[in-house]
Design a protein around this ligand. Structure first.
Ligand code: FE2
Length: 181
């Protein structure tokens, strides 16, 4: 099952997501959809329903935990809800600019690769990085945040570059053409 907006919001209610998280998810969904429709316009095949559902539910795991583990927990919740595995994997892999198997071990996460691999996973992961709370803001701001937190900026830049290649243009530009900061 790929949740539509109504179903995604029902799942948020069922697990008790706080309003600020639901608003954040909606903002990420708006950005993700802008990128998805630009990809579709260019003839790149992506599943826009998977992107929409993944974006709307990416932080459902925050109803359980506020650490990097919320991606894993969210994936578990959605799997139990019978949600399509492609959506489950989007949620599992949205944290940071992805988490490698080695990093996951160091962080004490369940064994596995948490890197966004498919386009759907990359679109949602990147859209999330472009939203602070419920507002889009320049990519450079997220780079600064990564530096402040000691996160791997190269991974974040590689994520943006992957999307730039398939879009044929800067994803940030695509976003700010359609969405005001
Ligand atoms: Fe998140």
């Amino acid at each position: 099952m790929i949740p539509d907006e109504t179903e995604a919001l029902r799942i948020h209610r069922k697990y008790g997501s706080i309003p600020v998280i639901v608003e954040h998810c909606r903002a990420v969904e708006r950005v993700a959809r802008v990128i998805a429709s630009e990809l579709a316009r260019r003839g790149v095949v992506v599943d826009e329903k998977v992107i929409q559902a993944g974006a709307l539910l990416h932080d459902i795991g925050r109803t359980r935990v506020q650490t990097v583990r919320h991606g894993y927990e969210g994936a578990e919740i959605l799997r139990r809800e019978g949600v399509d595995e492609r959506v489950v994997e989007v949620v599992k892999r949205h944290v940071g600019a992805g988490i490698t198997r080695e990093e996951a071990r160091r962080l004490g996460l369940p064994e596995g690769d948490y890197m966004p691999r498919t386009l759907e996973q990359k679109v949602v992961c990147f859209a999330d990085k472009m939203i602070d709370s419920n507002k889009a803001r320049p990519f450079a701001e997220e780079v600064k945040r990564f530096v402040r937190k000691g996160h791997d900026v190269k991974k974040l830049e590689a994520l943006k570059e992957d999307l730039r290649v398939v879009l044929g243009r800067d994803p940030e530009e695509v976003i700010f053409e359609k969405i005001r900061i």
